[in-house]
Each structure stands twice: as C-alpha cells, then as structure tokens.
Design a protein around this ligand. Structure first.
Ligand code: HEC
Ligand code: HEC
Length: 367
C-alpha cells in the first residue's frame, strides 16, 4: 500500500461507518435521533463517570489512595524534587505546558509530556506505544535517567523506611505478606490513574442526546472533522489513541516539527513502515494541553490543525475550516478531575537521603 492510498482507504472506512449510522437512524421507528448525533455515536463514545475498570488490577479505595500518594511523592525520585505530578500536573489537564519536560538535574527529555487524563483508554502508552498499559508505563519514569533517575531497589527501600507507607501498602494489597514492592507501586498508580477521567465534555453531552450542547460552529467543525478524514486516525472513546500512523502520510512537516532523529514506533517494532509513525494522540481536552506534537513544537491549536490537514490529508484547509474544526476540538474539554492532595508519610532515620546535584550544576548560575 502506498502512503497516499492510506488516507483514501481510511476515508472509505469512515464513509461506510457513516452510512451504517445513517441506516441505523432510518430504521429506528420510535425515537428519531438527530442524524448528526447518530453519526457521532457511530464513531465515538462518551467518557464515563467514575473510574475505568482495569484487567487484572481490581479497583479498591485503598489502592486508589496509595496510588494518589505515590503520584504526588517526589521521594520516588533520586533528588526528592520530581514527582509524576511535576510533568503531569492534575491541575493543568495532566501536562506541564513545556515543549520538553524538565527532569533530573534540569535535563530536558526527548519528547513532549502527554496527559494521563483518560490515558487508560489508549491502545498502549507513550508516543510510540512501547508500554502495553499504565502499570507497565509507571515503572519507566521512576528509573529514567532524564526523569526521576531512581532505581526500583532504592524506591522500595525509601517506601519501606516510612511506616505510613507500609500501612498503606498493607491496606491496598491485604493478601500479600510483603506488599511493598515495585510492581505494587505500579499497580497502585495505575488504579489512581484509572480515576482520572474527564466526563461531560459538550461533545459527550451531544452524543448523549442533547442537541443544544454544541453550537452551530462546533457542529460544522464536527462534520468537517469526519468528512475531511481526521476521524480516520482520531476515533473511538478518546478521539484518538487507537493506533499508530506515520506523521507526514502525505507531506513531511519540517524538521522542527518532525525531528529526523526520533523514529517513533520504528524503535519499538523495527518495521520499515513504522518509521516516523506515532500513536495518534487523544484529542480530549486538547485545548488545555499545548504545545502540540511529540516534539512539543507548536503552541497554537489552529496551527496544529492546519499542519494535520497538510501532513496527514493533503487537504489544504481554509481559514474557515480551521476555525470550525478548532471550535469542535474545544468542545472536547470535559470536567477536570478534582483531586485532594494527600498528606504524605514522614521520613525516618532509615530513609535514604536525596542524591545531591553534581557540583557543576550547583555552580552553573554563578558563572
Ligand atoms: C520529567 C517528566 C516526567 C515525569 C517525572 C513523569 N513523566 Fe510521564 N511522561 C513524560 C513524557 C515526556 C512522556 C512521553 C514519553 C514518550 O512517549 O516517549 C510521558 C508519558 C507518560 C504516560 C503515557 C501517556 C500516553 O498517552 O501515552 C503516562 C501514563 C505517564 N507518563 C505517567 C507517568 C507516571 C505515573 C509518572 C510517575 C511515576 C510519570 N509519568 C512521571 C514525562 C514525565
Ligand atoms: C493518518 C492519520 C491522521 C490523520 C488523518 C489526522 N491525524 Fe492528527 N495526528 C496523527 C498523529 C500520528 C499525530 C501525532 C503526531 C506526532 O506528534 O508525532 C497527530 C496529532 C494531532 C494533534 C496534536 C495532538 C497533541 O496532543 O499534540 C492534533 C490537534 C490533531 N492531530 C488533529 C487532527 C485533525 C484536526 C485532523 C484532520 C484535519 C487530523 N489530526 C488528521 C494522525 C492523524
């Protein structure tokens, strides 16, 4: 299959799905649904209230509370300065508003930090999908030299040194003799993340039958989003997060937006077709999570939409199209989670102390 035929094939799939939705409404006798709502329902799904169910990791209040403590605890990092929340701020739609996150010793990472809100619904985690789920994902940043720069052993030693944590692990994993493990850290964080959902976006209310939840401009934008073919890569409950697609299917963006040294999904699969392929990001809450793309190179949502039109569809969008599509994307902002910041257990004499920054970093500002 050529690169150019991909959008056409996808557009065909969308046309079939839309037709199916149309026929669905045509045969429904009793309760005629607005055809646009039926079309939305056929392609997307509203975010539920409450939490998402996880396979092999059942929800409990105790696990959620432990996960929330770990989420906010910078002592999981070598420096005691960086927590998950540093780069995925729950009060800022789960991001840090940085092109590339700042991690251990002020180092910048290689990619933009995506949000963990609704991430439980993504096909896999990270821009290249290298972690299959949130639990596998959570073990990454704690050990990443550019992020929290810790080791699993030191993280567990740190947690075991604080009676408050030992009790919290015992409550969260009541059947285990030695529950303070690195694996359980990941499972508890995953349960906390499964609660970070954003229901009730205007578009969700529209899908649930409220015709007035969207303005006319947003409805027009939704139609353009479907008809132009954006939906072929951004579909399902997260309006994205369902698969991997080359960035630059039709036209390669410049090297600032698509740096040549980041091969994306190829680094996971070693398959030629996956070069420069990335997970199609969820577009939920997208207005709150600039800058955009894995390179964090574009601050304006309008510009990101225009670039998508050129790079992925070969369809130059008019200013009016861009304004309408962007208005639709703004209707994907849901209720932001209200999270209570927990009081964290006190350190003891047994707690390994933070690793100091190297001397040259400390003196850098004096030069
Ligand atoms: C120094 C900043 C930083 C810290 C600290 C950090 N992350 Fe991340 N996180 C990132 C970046 C950058 C990515 C994207 C990396 C990639 O795709 O290669 C990411 C990706 C993710 C994703 C994937 C989301 C998706 O849609 O693919 C999740 C979930 C996540 N982080 C959760 C966590 C958790 C849990 C912690 C704490 C244990 C944490 N992060 C700590 C920067 C950070
Ligand atoms: C062929 C698949 C494909 C099509 C078609 C497509 N996208 Fe994308 N979209 C992607 C991928 C892959 C990315 C991630 C690119 C990257 O950063 O490497 C992306 C990223 C984005 C982003 C930035 C998200 C973020 O969190 O940084 C926005 C906004 C977006 N797309 C909107 C659209 C719109 C609007 C359309 C239609 C005009 C569209 N996309 C068409 C695959 C696609």
């Amino acid at each position: 299959m050529t690169r150019r035929s991909l959008p056409r094939l996808l557009a065909l799939a969308v046309a079939i799905a839309s037709l199916a939705a149309f026929l669905g409404t045509a045969t429904a006798q009793d309760d005629p649904v607005d055809p646009l709502i039926a079309r939305a329902q056929a392609l997307f799904e509203p975010i539920p209230e409450g939490h998402a169910e996880l396979e092999d990791n059942p929800y409990s209040e105790a696990k959620m509370e432990l996960g929330r403590m770990l989420w906010f605890d910078p002592r999981l990092s070598a420096s005691w300065a960086i927590s998950c929340n540093s780069c995925h701020n729950v009060g800022m739609a789960g991001v840090d508003l940085q092109p590339k996150s700042i991690g251990h010793n002020w180092q910048r990472g290689g990619r933009n930090s995506p949000t963990m809100l609704n991430a439980v619904f993504n096909i896999a985690q990270f821009w290249d999908g290298r972690s299959e789920d949130l639990a596998a994902q959570a073990m990454g940043p704690i050990q990443d030299a550019l992020e929290m720069a810790n080791t699993p052993e030191r993280a567990v030693e740190t947690l075991k040194s604080m009676p408050g944590y030992v009790e919290a692990f015992e409550a969260a994993f009541p059947d285990q003799a030695d529950p303070v493990t690195f694996e359980n850290v990941a499972l508890a964080i995953e349960v906390f993340e499964s609660t970070l959902l954003t229901p009730n976006a205007p578009f969700d209310l529209f899908m649930q039958g409220d015709e007035d939840a969207l303005t006319q401009e947003e409805k027009d934008g939704f139609e353009l989003f479907v008809n132009k073919g954006c939906v072929s890569c951004h579909m399902g409950i997260n309006i994205g997060g369902t698969g991997y697609f080359p960035f630059g299917v039709v036209e390669r963006p410049d090297a600032f937006i698509l740096p040549e040294d980041d091969l994306g999904r190829y680094s996971v699969t070693n398959v030629e077709a996956d070069k420069y392929a990335f997970k199609s990001p969820s577009l939920r809450n997208i207005e709150l999570t600039p800058p955009y793309f894995h390179s964090g190179s574009v601050w304006s949502l309008e510009d990101a939409v225009r670039i998508m039109g050129d790079a992925q569809l070969g369809a130059t969008l008019t200013d009016d199209d861009v304004a309408k599509i962007t208005a639709f994307l703004r209707s994907l902002t849901g209720d932001q989670p209200e999270v209570t910041v927990p009081a964290l257990p006190e350190i003891t004499e047994d707690t390994p102390l933070p690793v100091a920054a190297p001397q040259e970093d400390a003196s850098a500002s004096a030069d």
